[in-house]
Design a protein around this ligand. Structure first.
Ligand code: HEM
Length: 500
C-alpha cells in the first residue's frame, strides 16, 4: 500500500526543514484562531465591525491599505466616499475610526473626554518624551496651563524681532542660490525649516543655533532624521515588529541621532540656561522679555533638564516642519497662479516701502490678501493631514451605529478641506473664497493655529518682497505622502527670481 504524506515525513525523520514546514503554518493557524477569539470575538469588536469599512485580513487588518505610502491619501478618499465619510479600519489589532465628516469631527474634538491623543502619537515618545503633543491628558493639562502665558497674543510683538532677524538671513541665503544669472529649480523647504529652527531656538532659549548659516549642522540632520523615524513608525506598519525595527536599521539610527541631539546643542544649552536662571532666581520674569517657555517651565520647579529637553524638542517639532511645509506649499501654489502672486506682491509693495525693513505688527494687520492666500494654501494642501485622538466615551453616529470607547480616531483634515459639501469648486485655488466663506470655518478651525500664522506671514512677506516664484511642476503630478506633516513626493521645486 502507498504510504501517505504523513508517513513519508516520518520515514524521512524529523528534519529541521520538515519541522519548519509544519510548525510555522501550524503557529500561523493557531495565531489566527487566537486573534479571532481574543479580538474579533469580543462584544465591542463586533459592534465596531458593524460600522462599514474595507476588508480586514488576519494580523494586517486593513493595513494593506497603507502598504503603499504614496496611495494613503487616495485610499482614504476612496473609502471615505464608499462609507459616507465614516469608516472603520483595523491596523493590525488596533481599531481605527477614520472620519472626514465635519459634524462628527466637531463632536469629537470639542469633547474633553476625547482629549487623549491616538496611539500613533506614542511613536514620538523617544523624541519628545511626555512633551505637550504626546502627553497623557493630566500631564498635558498641567503643562498647557504653565505654557499658556507664552502663547498670549500680547507676547507676539516680542517674537517679531526673531522672525524679522531670521527671515533676513533666509533671504540672504536664498539670494546666493537664486541670483540673476543662476536660477536653478529646487525645493526650498529645507531653508524654511532651518530658519524656523533658528527662530524657535532663539525664542525659547535666547540662543542663536546658527542652523541656517551652517549647512552641515549636525543638529539639523539629526533632528530631521528623528522626525522621519517618527513618521516611519506611524505609517510603515512593519516597523512595529521589533526584529524588523532592528534589521532595517531604525533602532541604530534612533539611538545615534538622539545621542547627537542630547550631546550637542540642546542639552548643553538647557543646562547652561538652567544655571543662568538659578543664579537669577529672585528676578521676576519680565513680560517683555523673550518667550523663553523653558524658563516658565523651570520656574514651576517641577521640570528637570530632561523634561525641559523634551518640551523644547516638542515645540521645535511642532514648529519647524509645519511652518516650512506651509511656506513651501504656498510659494509653489503662488508659482502656479501668477495672477494671485502678482496681486499679493502688489499688496506687499503698498505696505512695505522697501524690501528689507523689518515687519511691524501694524504691517501684518494690513496684509489682508496675504491672510486669504495663507488660509487658501492651508486648505488646498493641508499641512497636517491627520489628527488622532482616543475615544474617551462611546460615540453615537445614529441609526444604531456606535463607535466604541477606546477606539483610535483619525480625522482626515486634508479630505475635509476638499469636501465639495463645504467648499464649492474645492480643486480651484481661490483665496477670495475666504472673503465670503467664513461660514466654512467649521472646515478649518481645527487645523489652523493662529499663533503660527504670524511666523509664516513674516517669512513669506520677506521672501516675496525680494523674489517672484515660478515652477515647472504641474499640480497633477504631485503625489501626497502622509506623515506628521504632508510631504509631496520628490518635493516642490520652484525657481525664485530676484526682484531688484
Ligand atoms: C503653520 C504652521 C503650523 C501648523 C499648520 C500647525 C498645526 C498644528 C496642529 C494641527 C496641531 C494639533 C495636533 C493634534 O492635536 O494632533 C498642532 C499642535 C501643536 N503645535 Fe502647531 N502648527 C504650526 C506651527 C506651530 C509652531 C510655529 C509651533 C511652535 C513654535 C507649534 C507648536 C505646536 C505644539 C507645541 C503643539 C501641541 C499642542 C497641544 O497638544 O496642546 N506649531 N499644531
Amino acid at each position: 500500500m502507498e504510504s501517505n504524506w504523513i508517513d513519508r515525513i516520518f520515514e524521512k525523520g524529523w528534519s529541521p526543514r520538515i519541522s519548519a514546514g509544519i510548525v510555522i503554518p501550524g503557529l500561523f493557524i493557531l495565531s489566527v484562531a487566537v486573534y479571532y477569539w481574543w479580538i474579533a470575538g469580543r462584544e465591542w469588536a463586533r459592534r465596531f465591525n458593524k460600522l462599514g469599512g474595507p476588508i480586514c485580513l488576519p494580523f494586517l487588518g486593513c493595513g494593506w491599505i497603507i502598504l503603499n505610502p504614496n496611495r494613503i491619501h487616495e485610499q482614504i478618499g476612496k473609502y471615505g466616499k464608499i462609507y459616507k465619510k465614516n469608516a472603520r479600519f483595523w491596523l493590525g489589532h488596533l481599531p481605527y475610526f477614520i472620519t472626514t465628516d465635519v459634524e462628527i469631527i466637531e463632536k469629537i474634538l470639542t469633547n474633553p473626554a476625547n482629549f487623549e491623543k491616538a496611539e500613533a502619537y506614542s511613536n514620538s515618545h523617544f523624541l519628545v518624551g511626555q512633551g505637550l503633543v504626546a502627553a497623557s491628558v493630566p500631564k498635558w493639562k498641567k503643562d498647557r496651563k504653565v505654557m499658556l502665558p507664552c502663547m498670549k497674543s500680547t507676547m507676539f510683538p516680542t517674537y517679531l524681532e526673531n522672525f524679522n532677524k531670521n527671515s533676513a538671513i533666509l533671504v540672504e541665503i536664498l539670494g546666493k542660490i537664486f541670483t540673476h544669472d543662476a536660477q536653478p529649480s529646487c525645493d526650498i523647504r529645507q531653508h524654511f525649516a532651518r530658519c524656523m529652527i533658528d527662530v524657535v531656538f532663539e525664542t525659547l532659549l535666547d540662543t542663536d543655533a546658527k542652523v541656517q548659516k551652517c549647512p552641515e549642522s549636525r543638529f539639523y540632520e539629526a533632528f530631521t532624521e528623528c522626525f522621519h523615524i517618527v513618521e516611519s513608525k506611524m505609517f510603515l506598519p512593519w516597523t512595529k515588529f521589533p526584529p524588523l525595527w532592528y534589521l532595517l536599521g531604525y533602532r541604530d539610527a534612533e539611538k545615534k541621532n538622539m545621542d547627537i541631539l542630547r550631546r550637542t546643542i540642546s542639552e548643553k544649552m538647557i543646562r547652561q540656561k538652567m544655571e543662568d536662571w538659578r543664579q537669577n532666581n529672585n528676578n521676576e520674569t519680565d513680560e517683555n522679555q523673550r518667550l523663553q517657555m523653558a524658563h516658565y517651565l523651570y520656574q514651576t520647579g517641577d521640570y528637570d533638564s530632561t523634561d525641559l529637553f523634551h518640551q523644547f524638542l516638542t515645540v521645535l517639532a511642532g514648529g519647524y516642519d509645519t511652518t516650512s511645509t506651509v511656506l513651501s506649499h504656498t510659494i509653489y501654489l503662488l508659482a502656479l497662479n501668477p495672477d494671485i502672486q502678482r496681486k499679493l506682491i502688489d499688496e506687499l509693495d503698498s505696505v512695505f516701502e522697501d524690501a528689507h525693513r523689518p515687519a511691524t505688527p501694524a504691517d501684518l494687520e494690513q496684509l489682508k490678501y496675504l491672510d486669504l492666500v495663507l488660509k487658501e494654501s492651508m486648505r488646498f494642501i493641508t499641512p497636517t493631514p491627520m489628527l488622532g485622538r482616543t475615544l474617551g466615551e462611546d460615540l453615537d453616529l445614529g441609526m444604531g451605529r456606535v463607535v466604541p470607547k477606546g477606539c483610535n480616531i483619525l480625522v482626515s483634515a486634508m479630505h475635509v478641506q476638499h469636501d465639495p459639501d463645504l467648499w464649492p469648486d474645492p480643486e480651484i485655488f481661490r483665496p477670495e473664497r475666504f472673503l465670503t466663506q467664513s461660514g466654512n470655518e467649521k472646515g478649518t478651525k481645527f487645523f489652523t493655529p493662529k499663533f503660527a500664522m504670524m511666523s509664516v506671514k513674516v517669512l513669506l512677506s520677506r521672501v516675496l518682497r525680494n523674489f517672484t516664484a515660478s515652477t515647472k511642476k504641474p499640480l497633477n503630478t504631485c503625489v501626497f505622502q502622509y506623515g506628521v506633516v504632508l510631504h509631496v513626493l520628490g518635493g516642490l521645486p520652484v525657481t525664485l527670481h530676484p526682484r531688484r
